[in-house]
Design a protein around this ligand. Structure first.
Ligand SMILES: C[S@@+](CC[C@H](N)C(=O)[O-])C[C@H]1O[C@@H](n2cnc3c(N)ncnc32)[C@H](O)[C@@H]1O
Length: 257
C-alpha cells in the first residue's frame, strides 16, 4: 500500500469518467456533487437514511433539531436530483446503506465511496454489503482511515478512546479486504491541505482493473509517495508541544509502526 501526497478530489480526476457510481453517507451532498461533476457519472446513487428513524445508529447522535436539518438535506438532494444539472442521472435513496444494497444487481458499480458510520461494525458491514455489487475491475473507496483518537479536522484529542474503538476504521477496512478478497492500494494524505483524515482506495485482489490503473496514474503525478508493507501499521496521529494547551499548535503526522 502507498500513502500519497494528494487529496480525494485530486484523485477523483483520474477515476474513469461516465461510470456507475455511489456515495454511501451523503449528508448535505457537498462531496456527492463534486464526485458527480468530476467523474461525469453515467448514474450516481446517493444512499443515506437522512435521520429517517429517530433512534437508530448514527441518527441517534443527533438532537431533534439536528434531525430536522437532515430532513432539509434530504429535500435538497431530492431537488438537485430532479434538476437539469443532474440530468436524470442522480438517484436518491433514503435508507441505510446495507439495507439498500439488495436493490442493486451484482457487479453493477464502477466506483463506490463509503462515508457512513464511524464504527467497526457499521463500516465493515457497509463495505461487505457492497462488495458483491462491485464489478471485478471496480474501485472501492472509504473515508476516515485513521486513528480516531485524533480528531484531525477539529484539531483535538478525543477523550481517551480505547484502542479497540480508536483503530476501528483501520481494522474494519483491513478485515473487510482480507475476508472479501480486496486490497487497499493507496490512502490519501489530506492533513495539510484539508485538515482531514485519509481516504482509502481499494481494488480486487488478482484483477488489474480500474483501481490498479488509478494507482498507476496517481503515482505518476503525486508529489510524493511512501510505500508501506502492511496497511495496518499506518495511522494518523498528533503531537502536542510540551505545555501547550492551544489546539492550533497541535501537529498531525502519519506514523508507521
Ligand atoms: C460524514 S457524513 C457524510 C458526508 C458526505 N459524504 C460528504 O463528504 O459530504 C455521514 C453521513 O452518513 C449517514 N449515515 C449514517 N449511517 C448510515 C448508514 N447506515 N447508511 C448510509 N448512510 C448513513 C449520516 O446520515 C450522514 O449523513
Amino acid at each position: 500500500m502507498y500513502i500519497v501526497g494528494m487529496n480525494f478530489h485530486q484523485v477523483l480526476e483520474f477515476v474513469p469518467k461516465k461510470g456507475v457510481i455511489a456515495e454511501l453517507g451523503v449528508k448535505r451532498g457537498a462531496n456527492a456533487r463534486r464526485m458527480f461533476k468530476t467523474t461525469d457519472a453515467a448514474m450516481m446513487h446517493l444512499v443515506d437514511p437522512w435521520a429517517k428513524d429517530e433512534d437508530v445508529g448514527y441518527a441517534s447522535l443527533h438532537s431533534a433539531e439536528e434531525r430536522q436539518d437532515f430532513v432539509g438535506y434530504y429535500n435538497e438532494m431530492v431537488s438537485w436530483s430532479e434538476s437539469p444539472e443532474a440530468g436524470g442521472r442522480v438517484n436518491v435513496i433514503r435508507d441505510y446503506a446495507a439495507d439498500a444494497a439488495s436493490s442493486f444487481e451484482d457487479k453493477y458499480f464502477d466506483f463506490v465511496y463509503v462515508d457512513t458510520l464511524d464504527s467497526y461494525d457499521g463500516f465493515y458491514g457497509d463495505l461487505a454489503a457492497y462488495a458483491p455489487k462491485m464489478k471485478d475491475e471496480a474501485i472501492l473507496s472509504g473515508d476516515d482511515y485513521y486513528d480516531m483518537q485524533y480528531a484531525t479536522h477539529k484539531m483535538r484529542l478525543r477523550d481517551r478512546l480505547p484502542p479497540t474503538q480508536s483503530l476501528c476504521m483501520i481494522h474494519a477496512a483491513n478485515d473487510f479486504c482480507e475476508m472479501h478478497g480486496w486490497e487497499i492500494l493507496f490512502i490519501t494524505d489530506e492533513y495539510l491541505p484539508a485538515r482531514r483524515p485519509p481516504r482509502f482506495f481499494a481494488g480486487k485482489v488478482g484483477v488489474f482493473g480500474d483501481a490498479h490503473r488509478l494507482l498507476d496514474q496517481v503515482l505518476r503525478v503525486t508529489p510524493w509517495a511512501v510505500e508501506v508493507a502492511n496497511p495496518r501499521d499506518v495511522r494518523q496521529t498528533m503531537v502536542t508541544p510540551l505545555g501547550s494547551t492551544n489546539p492550533e499548535e497541535r501537529r498531525f503526522f502519519t506514523k508507521i509502526i
